[in-house]
Write a protein that binds this ligand. Structure first.
Ligand code: HEM
Length: 123
């Protein structure tokens, strides 16, 4: 019974539906972002969508197991900069804001993502 316990981050993000909406929203933001869209020119977007949703679900404590590659291997060859990372995070915040995710939950998710920067960048 979850009524008496604090909601998990997964619940605060809206569970499976919320995370699906965040993922789709972020893909749309990326699509419209001239700063970073070029990185995704050869990407299988359906696969990326599935794996990103899985990862956000697992990270936030949801009932998923991420089945994609490591962040290092998945981002090798893209030479991703801090500006690229910030651009993606900006899009993510916009989407979470639009979905009325609390600032506290937004920051919890961003704090879980931040340590990945070292694995994603300049590979
Ligand atoms: C917190 C930040 C990030 C997370 C959690 C993340 C997560 C992921 C995941 C789960 C995948 C799929 C892995 C797989 O295919 O096995 C992926 C792929 C990819 N990511 Fe990221 N990513 C992040 C940041 C970025 C940034 C900043 C960029 C560039 C602006 C980027 C560009 C890409 C590209 C281009 C692919 C597809 C690679 C391919 O087509 O093989 N990612 N990312």
């Amino acid at each position: 019974c979850s009524h008496n316990t604090a909601p998990s981050l997964y619940q605060q993000l809206g569970g499976a539906d919320g995370i699906a909406a965040i993922t789709d929203g972020l893909l749309r933001e990326i699509e419209q972002d001239k700063r970073i869209v070029h990185h995704f020119a050869d990407t299988d977007i359906d696969r990326f969508r599935t794996l990103l949703a899985e990862q956000l679900c697992q990270l936030s404590g949801g009932p998923c197991v991420y089945s994609g590659g490591t962040m290092q291997e998945s981002h090798t060859g893209f030479n991703i900069s801090l500006a690229d990372y910030d651009a993606l995070v900006e899009g993510l915040i916009k989407v979470m804001q639009r979905q009325q995710i609390s600032i506290s939950a937004q920051n919890q998710l961003l704090a879980l993502l931040a340590p990945m920067y070292k694995d994603i960048s300049y590979r």
